[in-house]
Design a protein around this ligand. Structure first.
Ligand SMILES: [Fe+2]
Length: 203
Protein backbone atom coordinates (compact mmCIF):
# COMPACT_ATOMS: atom_id res chain seq x y z
CA UNK A 1 0.00 0.00 0.00
CA UNK A 2 1.21 3.52 -0.71
CA UNK A 3 4.59 4.72 -1.89
CA UNK A 4 7.86 2.94 -1.29
CA UNK A 5 11.38 3.33 -2.67
CA UNK A 6 13.42 0.39 -3.94
CA UNK A 7 16.70 -0.62 -5.61
CA UNK A 8 19.10 1.33 -3.41
CA UNK A 9 22.74 1.86 -4.37
CA UNK A 10 25.01 2.15 -1.34
CA UNK A 11 28.17 4.23 -1.07
CA UNK A 12 30.38 4.43 2.00
CA UNK A 13 32.59 7.45 2.68
CA UNK A 14 34.62 7.83 5.85
CA UNK A 15 37.92 9.04 7.25
CA UNK A 16 40.58 6.54 8.27
CA UNK A 17 42.48 8.92 10.57
CA UNK A 18 45.83 7.18 10.11
CA UNK A 19 47.95 10.22 10.95
CA UNK A 20 50.35 12.40 9.01
CA UNK A 21 53.43 10.18 9.46
CA UNK A 22 51.59 7.20 7.98
CA UNK A 23 50.32 9.34 5.13
CA UNK A 24 53.88 10.58 4.42
CA UNK A 25 55.19 7.00 4.41
CA UNK A 26 52.52 5.94 1.91
CA UNK A 27 53.40 8.85 -0.32
CA UNK A 28 57.13 8.02 -0.19
CA UNK A 29 56.46 4.40 -1.11
CA UNK A 30 54.26 5.50 -4.01
CA UNK A 31 57.04 7.81 -5.27
CA UNK A 32 59.56 4.96 -5.03
CA UNK A 33 57.22 2.59 -6.84
CA UNK A 34 56.68 5.06 -9.65
CA UNK A 35 60.45 5.24 -10.09
CA UNK A 36 61.00 1.47 -9.97
CA UNK A 37 57.95 0.25 -11.89
CA UNK A 38 59.01 0.57 -15.53
CA UNK A 39 56.26 -1.80 -16.69
CA UNK A 40 53.70 0.36 -14.88
CA UNK A 41 55.04 3.53 -16.48
CA UNK A 42 54.85 1.91 -19.92
CA UNK A 43 51.30 0.62 -19.31
CA UNK A 44 50.28 4.05 -18.04
CA UNK A 45 51.78 5.74 -21.12
CA UNK A 46 49.40 3.68 -23.24
CA UNK A 47 46.30 3.57 -21.02
CA UNK A 48 46.47 6.39 -18.46
CA UNK A 49 47.65 9.45 -20.32
CA UNK A 50 49.81 11.86 -18.28
CA UNK A 51 49.35 9.74 -15.15
CA UNK A 52 50.87 6.72 -13.45
CA UNK A 53 49.03 3.66 -12.20
CA UNK A 54 50.39 0.31 -11.05
CA UNK A 55 47.00 -1.30 -11.86
CA UNK A 56 48.48 -3.71 -14.41
CA UNK A 57 51.96 -4.17 -12.93
CA UNK A 58 52.16 -3.91 -9.11
CA UNK A 59 48.62 -4.63 -7.99
CA UNK A 60 49.06 -6.70 -4.81
CA UNK A 61 50.86 -4.06 -2.81
CA UNK A 62 49.21 -5.20 0.45
CA UNK A 63 51.30 -8.39 0.19
CA UNK A 64 54.64 -6.68 -0.26
CA UNK A 65 54.58 -3.55 1.87
CA UNK A 66 53.92 -3.54 5.64
CA UNK A 67 52.53 -0.02 5.22
CA UNK A 68 50.00 -1.18 2.65
CA UNK A 69 49.23 -4.23 4.82
CA UNK A 70 48.44 -1.89 7.71
CA UNK A 71 46.19 0.11 5.41
CA UNK A 72 44.47 -3.12 4.39
CA UNK A 73 43.67 -3.96 8.03
CA UNK A 74 42.06 -0.55 8.48
CA UNK A 75 40.05 -0.86 5.28
CA UNK A 76 38.93 -4.41 6.25
CA UNK A 77 36.91 -2.96 9.15
CA UNK A 78 35.04 -0.60 6.86
CA UNK A 79 34.44 -3.29 4.25
CA UNK A 80 32.91 -5.45 6.99
CA UNK A 81 30.62 -2.55 7.91
CA UNK A 82 29.70 -2.05 4.24
CA UNK A 83 28.96 -5.78 3.86
CA UNK A 84 26.60 -5.59 6.85
CA UNK A 85 24.83 -2.57 5.36
CA UNK A 86 24.47 -4.40 2.03
CA UNK A 87 23.04 -7.42 3.82
CA UNK A 88 25.32 -9.75 1.86
CA UNK A 89 25.11 -13.43 2.74
CA UNK A 90 28.71 -14.49 2.11
CA UNK A 91 28.18 -18.10 3.10
CA UNK A 92 31.12 -18.08 5.51
CA UNK A 93 33.56 -16.92 2.85
CA UNK A 94 34.66 -13.42 3.83
CA UNK A 95 35.67 -10.75 1.38
CA UNK A 96 39.42 -10.18 1.17
CA UNK A 97 41.54 -7.53 -0.47
CA UNK A 98 42.78 -9.23 -3.63
CA UNK A 99 44.15 -6.30 -5.58
CA UNK A 100 45.63 -3.01 -4.44
CA UNK A 101 47.37 -0.48 -6.67
CA UNK A 102 48.33 3.19 -6.76
CA UNK A 103 47.20 6.06 -8.95
CA UNK A 104 49.09 9.31 -9.50
CA UNK A 105 47.23 11.93 -11.52
CA UNK A 106 49.25 15.04 -12.40
CA UNK A 107 47.35 18.02 -13.89
CA UNK A 108 45.47 17.14 -17.09
CA UNK A 109 44.94 13.48 -16.27
CA UNK A 110 41.52 11.92 -16.24
CA UNK A 111 40.16 8.44 -15.63
CA UNK A 112 37.19 7.60 -17.87
CA UNK A 113 34.01 5.77 -16.87
CA UNK A 114 34.72 2.23 -15.74
CA UNK A 115 33.77 -0.50 -13.32
CA UNK A 116 35.94 -3.09 -11.57
CA UNK A 117 35.41 -6.56 -13.05
CA UNK A 118 35.98 -9.77 -11.04
CA UNK A 119 35.45 -8.09 -7.68
CA UNK A 120 32.62 -7.58 -5.19
CA UNK A 121 33.50 -4.40 -3.32
CA UNK A 122 35.95 -1.77 -4.56
CA UNK A 123 37.15 1.53 -3.29
CA UNK A 124 39.84 4.15 -2.97
CA UNK A 125 41.91 5.59 -0.18
CA UNK A 126 43.06 9.16 -0.77
CA UNK A 127 46.71 9.83 0.02
CA UNK A 128 47.09 13.34 -1.33
CA UNK A 129 44.19 15.44 -2.54
CA UNK A 130 45.45 18.94 -3.34
CA UNK A 131 43.12 21.94 -3.35
CA UNK A 132 40.81 21.68 -6.35
CA UNK A 133 41.47 17.95 -6.93
CA UNK A 134 38.85 16.22 -9.09
CA UNK A 135 36.09 14.43 -7.22
CA UNK A 136 35.21 10.81 -7.89
CA UNK A 137 31.93 10.65 -9.81
CA UNK A 138 29.51 7.68 -9.76
CA UNK A 139 26.79 7.11 -12.36
CA UNK A 140 23.23 5.97 -11.63
CA UNK A 141 23.30 2.30 -12.70
CA UNK A 142 19.77 2.68 -14.15
CA UNK A 143 20.78 5.56 -16.42
CA UNK A 144 20.46 3.56 -19.65
CA UNK A 145 16.77 2.97 -18.83
CA UNK A 146 15.93 6.65 -18.41
CA UNK A 147 15.77 7.52 -22.11
CA UNK A 148 12.34 9.17 -21.87
CA UNK A 149 12.12 10.02 -18.18
CA UNK A 150 11.24 13.67 -17.45
CA UNK A 151 13.74 15.82 -15.55
CA UNK A 152 13.28 16.08 -11.76
CA UNK A 153 11.98 19.18 -9.99
CA UNK A 154 14.55 18.87 -7.20
CA UNK A 155 17.70 17.56 -8.89
CA UNK A 156 19.79 18.50 -5.84
CA UNK A 157 18.18 15.76 -3.76
CA UNK A 158 20.49 12.77 -3.40
CA UNK A 159 17.92 10.28 -4.67
CA UNK A 160 17.17 12.39 -7.76
CA UNK A 161 20.75 12.63 -8.95
CA UNK A 162 21.98 10.67 -11.95
CA UNK A 163 25.59 11.39 -11.02
CA UNK A 164 26.99 11.66 -7.51
CA UNK A 165 30.33 13.35 -6.85
CA UNK A 166 32.43 13.11 -3.72
CA UNK A 167 35.24 15.63 -3.28
CA UNK A 168 37.44 13.45 -1.11
CA UNK A 169 40.12 14.92 1.14
CA UNK A 170 43.48 13.33 1.99
CA UNK A 171 42.80 10.52 4.46
CA UNK A 172 39.30 9.74 3.15
CA UNK A 173 38.09 6.31 2.14
CA UNK A 174 35.30 5.49 -0.31
CA UNK A 175 33.69 2.08 -0.88
CA UNK A 176 31.18 1.00 -3.51
CA UNK A 177 29.98 -2.20 -5.14
CA UNK A 178 32.38 -3.11 -7.94
CA UNK A 179 29.71 -3.09 -10.67
CA UNK A 180 28.94 0.61 -10.13
CA UNK A 181 30.40 2.74 -12.91
CA UNK A 182 32.51 5.73 -11.93
CA UNK A 183 35.11 8.13 -13.27
CA UNK A 184 37.54 10.83 -12.27
CA UNK A 185 36.94 13.87 -14.48
CA UNK A 186 39.91 15.90 -15.74
CA UNK A 187 42.16 16.80 -12.83
CA UNK A 188 43.13 20.47 -13.23
CA UNK A 189 44.70 21.29 -9.84
CA UNK A 190 48.37 22.31 -9.88
CA UNK A 191 49.58 19.35 -7.81
CA UNK A 192 49.16 15.63 -8.36
CA UNK A 193 46.16 13.75 -7.05
CA UNK A 194 47.46 10.58 -5.36
CA UNK A 195 45.28 7.64 -4.36
CA UNK A 196 45.29 3.90 -3.67
CA UNK A 197 42.55 1.75 -5.16
CA UNK A 198 41.61 -1.82 -4.31
CA UNK A 199 39.29 -4.73 -5.04
CA UNK A 200 37.76 -7.10 -2.49
CA UNK A 201 36.58 -10.51 -3.64
CA UNK A 202 35.27 -13.72 -2.11
CA UNK A 203 37.85 -16.02 -0.54
FE1 LIG B 1 37.84 2.75 -10.35
Amino acid sequence: MGLSKHFPTLLLTDRLGLGKAFQRQLKLEIEDLQELDGAGREWSRQHYRNGFTSYASANELQKFSPTFAQLERQIDRHVARFVRALDYNLGGRPLRMKKCWVNVMPPNTHHGLHLHPLAVVSGTYYVDMPKGASAIKWEDPRLAHFMHAPPRKNPERAYNRQFVEYAAKSGDLVLFESWLRHEVPLHTAKQSRVSISFNYDWE
